[in-house]
Design a protein around this ligand. Sequence first.
Ligand code: NG1
Ligand code: MG
Length: 518
Amino acid sequence: MKAETLNQIYGKNEIQQAQRYQFLSTKFQSKFNEKPEVYVRSPGRVNLIGEHIDYSGFPVLPMALDRDVVIALSEIKLSSSKSTFVVVSNLLEKYKDLTFLHSSVETDSSEAHGWHSYFFCAYKALIRQIKISTPKSFNAMIDGVVPTGAGVSSSAALCCASVLAISAINDISLSQEQLINISIEAEHMVGVKCGGMDQSISVMGQENSAVMIHFYPKLKGLPTPIPSKIVLQQLNNFDSPVFVVANTLKVSDKHETAATNYNLRVVETALAGAILFKKLNLVIEDGLIQKNNLLTLRQVMDIVAFGEVKNGNMKSYDFEVDGKECLNLMLSIVEQHLKSQPYTREEVALELGISVRDLVKKFIDDQYLTVKADKFELYKRAKHVYSETLRVLKFDQICTGKEVLPIPNEILYALGNLMNESQSSCRDLFNCSCDELDELVKLNLSFGAFGSRLTGAGWGGCTVSLVGESMVDEFVKNLKDSYFTKEKLQAAGMTLDELNDVVFYCKPGTGSRIVNYS
Ligand code: NG1
Ligand code: MG
C-alpha cells in the first residue's frame, strides 16, 4: 500500500487533521524521545442496511466514517542480542500501556479483552498468516476518535489499523484482502465469530460513497453512491439524504453476551443452512465449499439456483442479475421446510441424521466460539437473512438508478421504508433489537426521519436514520432535547461536551491508509 497525504485521505478536513497528527507527534516525542516514522489510519463504519447477513455470505451496504483510529510508530534500534519487544501507548490516559515480547505472542493463549487484546491479537493473527523474518522492536501510540461501544465498529477500526501498523513498521506490504482477512482473524481471536463487514469497509471505504461488500464467491467492494442532490432534483425529489447516527447509550458488550447473542446467531444460521441442504436433498457442486465444510445460507441458495437452471426452471443464475428471484424462491423454501417453532438440540440432530455429540462437535464447539443454548430459532433467522438480503439489493438498485420507482419523487421514502422493514425484521425475526433501540427508532421517526434502524450487531449501540437535509439540524436538536438529557448522559458517564460523539451526521470516508505525514 502506497502512503497518501492528509489531503488525499481527508480532503476538506486536511487542516483540522494536521493539527491532530501534530498533537499525536508531540505526545509521541515526549513519551518516546523520538519522532514517529510511520503513521497509519483506519476508520469506523455505519451499516446502512444488511444486518447479520455477512456471516451467511450475503452482501452488505455500509459506509466508512470520517472518524478513525490513527497509530504513530517508530522502530526501536536494539543491539542484536536483545529480545524483540513492542510498546503500545494510547493518547487517552485511561488506557494503560501495553508491552510484550515478540516471542510471547506465539505461545499466548490468554483471553483478556479490551483495547490491549485487539492490538495483541492483531500481532498474533499477522504473524500466524505472514512470516516476519526479522521482526522489529517498536513504539506505537494510538489516537482513536471512533466512539467506542457504540456500534460504529471502533473495534474493527483498531484491528485494521493495528494490523496495518505492525506490517508497515516491519516493511511488509499487505494486499487489501490480506489486511481484511488478518483483521477478521484478530477479531475472532478476541472471541467474536464475526463476519467480515466491519473490517472490509474499514479497509475499502470510499469517499462520497457507501460500498456494497460482496463476500462470496470472492471478496469485493463496489461503490453505491448515495443519490446526490442534482440526481434527485432531476427526478423531482426536493430533498437529499443525510444519515444520522444516534447512540442509545446502552452498551452492548459483545464478548460478555456472545454465547447467547452474536455467536448463537452464527450457529443458528449455519444450522438453518444445514437442515435446508439436507431436506432438499441437495448435492455439493465441485469447488463450492471453500474453507470449512459448513454451508452458509448463501451457498445453499446457490446450489438451489444452479439446480433450477439445470432442470430448466430458471434461465440463468448470476447473483447480481437473478438474486432477487432466487431470494424469493428461498423465502418460500424456508416457509415450507423449517418449522416456525424453535428446535431442540435433539430435533436438530435428528433432522441432520447425526448424534447430538456430533452436532456439538461440528457446529457448536469451535476454537473461538462458545454458545449457550438448548433451543435454536431456525425459521426466523433464515427468513431474516433472505429477506434482509433482498432489501440490500433493492436499496442498492434504487441508489444506483437500476430500479426506477413507479413514483420517481419518492426515492427517500422508498429507501426509508427499506430501513424500517430492516428494523422490524431485526426486532421480530432476528431478535437483536432492545427496548432502548426501539424507543430511539420511534423517536427518530417521530422527528421526521424517512427511515430508522439499528446499525451493527444490535442489542444496544446506535441507530442510523435517513433524514432530509432540509430538516437535519432541527432533527438533531429535537433528539438532543428529548433523548439525550443531561441526566441520561451523566448516567452513561458522559458530559454534554461528548454529545457530538453521541449524535452525528455521517460523511462517507476513505478506508485504511498508510499516511504520508512528517
Ligand atoms: P458490531 O458489533 O456492530 O461491530 C457485528 C459484526 C459484523 C456484522 C454485524 C451485524 C464484528 C466485528 N462485527 O458488528 O460482522 O455481523 O455485527 O450485521 O463483530
Ligand atoms: Mg465491534
